[in-house]
Design a binder for this molecule. Structure first.
Ligand code: PRT
Length: 109
């Protein structure tokens, strides 16, 4: 049986936390932490652009691959900032049941 999406994200978060004390030449995540925030943000931007290109090419397996790369690098960003993945899932859960259109109309600016 495949692991649940929540378990995958929590397991990856655990690995990314452990990699904070790993040597940069032994771990890709550790190498990103060592290079710093700008490098992590550049990777997030690159993977977002690659996701867009894959979607335009209408190749669903390539799109899944690029979204996985994007999610991975966003997870590295969250770990770098010490933000737990549950902060994001809690925010999504909080939004459930509120129409995006109604939320937008209620904004003051
Ligand atoms: N899920 C991932 C994962 N997804 C993507 N990547 C890496 O993200 C990088 C994506 O870079 P690109 O596609 O842009 O390719 P690239 O040109 O090689 O990258 P750059 O040289 O430009 O940085 C590749 O090196 C991938 O291997 C990942 N690296 C690690 N993980 C997970 O993290 C765990 C620990 O990995 P380490 O930290 O390397 O031990 C692994 O077991 C996996 O579970």
């Amino acid at each position: 049986m495949n692991p649940s999406p929540a378990d995958v994200l929590l397991d990856l978060q655990k690995v990314l936390q452990e990699r904070k004390s790993a040597p940069a030449d032994k771990s890709y995540a550790a190498s990103l932490y060592a290079k710093g925030l700008d490098t992590i943000l550049k990777k997030v931007g690159e993977e977002a652009a690659e996701t867009i290109i894959a979607a335009k090419n209408q190749d669903s397996s390539a799109l899944v691959y690029e979204v996985a790369d994007l999610w991975y690098h966003v997870m590295v960003l969250l770990a770098d900032k010490d933000i737990p993945v549950t902060a994001v899932t809690d925010e999504l859960a909080r939004r459930m049941g509120t129409s995006g259109l109604a939320e937008k109309a209620a904004r003051t600016k």
